[in-house]
Each structure stands twice: as C-alpha cells, then as structure tokens.
Design a protein around this ligand. Structure first.
Ligand code: SF4
Ligand code: SF4
Length: 118
C-alpha cells in the first residue's frame, strides 16, 4: 500500500498561482483565502518559498493549509482517514506534473518514495 510522504527539494505545491487552483474558495474560509492570496508572489510562487534550495522559509509556522495532516485534509476536503494517503499522493502528483512534468526526476523520486510504480 502506498504511504504519502513529502520528498525533499520538491516544492511543487508552493506554486500558488490562483489560476492553477480554481477551487480555492471551496476549501479555504475567507481568512485563509486572504492569507493564501497574500502569499502569492508576482511569479505565482509563494513569497516564502526559496527557489534556490526549494525550501519553505517559514516551515515551522507555515499555515494550516500547507500541512498534510488528517485534520486539515478532513476539514478542507472531507477526506476520511483511510483515503488520506491516496488523496494526498494524487494532490502531490498533480502539482509535480504541473510544475516539473509527468516524466520528471521529481515525479520519479516522489513515486519511489511513496511506493507507487508510476
Ligand atoms: S508536492 Fe508533495 S512532495 Fe512536493 S513539496 Fe509539496 S507536499 Fe512535498
Ligand atoms: S508557506 Fe511554505 S509550505 Fe506553504 S506554500 Fe509557502 S513555501 Fe510552501
């Protein structure tokens, strides 16, 4: 069974351009949405994302919507505990495909880490 994990030096989910996330209003409350939009840089990347080392500059204090936990995913997406791994893996694969491509080394690395073949 595949188990979700974040892989280092990926950062694909830190590209926040709202055009890429048309359903934001459906899972963020007004305060969270305002916070999210305040974090979008001119190039679409989060203003806290360091593109050089692909790390979050505020990782310990990052917003709840940046955290992959059962409680955040349950609140935002109505995911049940047994759906969490598959749901989070799909989300990551979608972000990684958008940013780096389906056949990218980042996708390969992620799939290997979480235990899926492709
Ligand atoms: S897309 Fe997934 S693997 Fe990549 S940084 Fe975000 S949570 Fe981690
Ligand atoms: S706050 Fe950190 S984890 Fe959240 S989008 Fe920005 S760089 Fe990524």
């Amino acid at each position: 069974m595949a188990t979700w994990q974040c892989v280092k030096t990926c950062g694909a989910c830190c590209f926040l351009a709202p055009d890429e996330r048309p359903d934001l209003e459906s899972y963020l409350d007004p305060d969270q949405l305002a916070l999210y939009l305040s974090m979008v840089g001119e190039d679409g990347w989060c203003i806290h994302y360091n593109k050089g080392d692909r790390l979050c500059a505020i990782y310990p204090e990052r917003p709840t919507f940046c955290r992959v936990t059962f409680s955040t995913f349950e609140t935002m997406f109505g995911v049940t505990a047994d759906q969490l791994d598959d749901f989070a893996i799909d989300c990551c694969q979608e972000h990684i495909a958008d940013i780096y491509g389906d056949e990218s080394p980042e996708m390969e690395r992620f799939n290997r880490a979480v235990g899926v073949d492709e």
